[in-house]
Each structure stands twice: as C-alpha cells, then as structure tokens.
Design a protein around this ligand. Structure first.
Ligand SMILES: [Zn+2]
Length: 137
C-alpha cells in the first residue's frame, strides 16, 4: 500500500513541477515578446515573435546587439526549462547533471528548472567567469 501511495505522490509532484515549468516558459515567452516589441516593429517584429514561438532563433536576423542580447538571455532560460522538462520525463529531475547528487528541495522550490546543485553551479560560474575574463584579454 505504501508503495502505491508513494508513486502516486511522486506523480502528483512531477505533475505540479511540470505545470510550474510550463507556466514559467509561457511567462518568459510573453516577456521576450514584450521586450522585443519595444525594439522592433512591423514585419521584423512578426519574424522575431514567430522565432520565439518555434524556438528556431536562427531565422532572426536583427542588427541591434541589444535585441540579440535580450533574446540570448531568454533563450538560455528557456533552454534550462526545456532541459528540466526533459529530465522530468526521463525521471532524472532533481538530480544534478554534473555530480549526480540530489538537488535540495529548497533550491528546486526557488529554481524549479535548476539542473545543477549549488556546488556545481558555483563551480560552473567560476569557470564561466574565468572564460569571460580571458576572452577580454
Ligand atoms: Zn552537483
């Protein structure tokens, strides 16, 4: 009996996580469109909005760096959410991609699309920081 209850509650949990992730995804898409809408008008705007919907950003050929930067920022977040949804599907959600330990419940509550534990994320950020500094030299 206990096992049945456990798997039912795991299902409930992943259902609610999935819902949260999809809501977050929608919110980012909306935010991206609103932000981009402030910078591009007319035909170009439709092109960008279609790219955001399809997730095929390669068709976007906008000149302004600021738009690309903003798109990039949103895309990174969307990628993380998609990754979390994928992990949810294959049952590895909540497990750190790098070290394989369980990501703390508190962290997942704040960041439902986290795919790395705090330690690994900090390590990655340090590496990214170093790479960034080196690319400026
Ligand atoms: Zn880790």
């Amino acid at each position: 009996m206990d096992n049945v209850n456990d798997s039912a509650s795991i299902n409930e949990r992943s259902k609610s996580i999935r819902k949260t992730l999809l809501q977050e995804r929608q919110a980012i898409l909306k935010e991206a469109k609103t932000e981009i809408g402030n910078f591009v008008k007319g035909d170009e705007k439709q092109l960008v909005e279609a790219a955001i919907d399809d997730g095929d950003w390669s068709v976007v050929d906008v000149n302004e760096d600021i738009i690309l930067q903003k798109l990039h920022h949103h895309k990174l977040k969307l990628n993380k959410i998609d990754e979390a949804l994928r992990k949810l599907n294959d049952g590895s959600y909540g497990i750190c991609d790098d070290c394989g330990i369980e990501i703390s419940e508190a962290r997942l509550r704040v960041l439902p699309y986290a795919v790395h534990c705090v330690e690994c994320k900090e390590k990655r950020e340090k590496i990214e920081q170093v790479e960034k500094e080196q690319s400026f030299q």
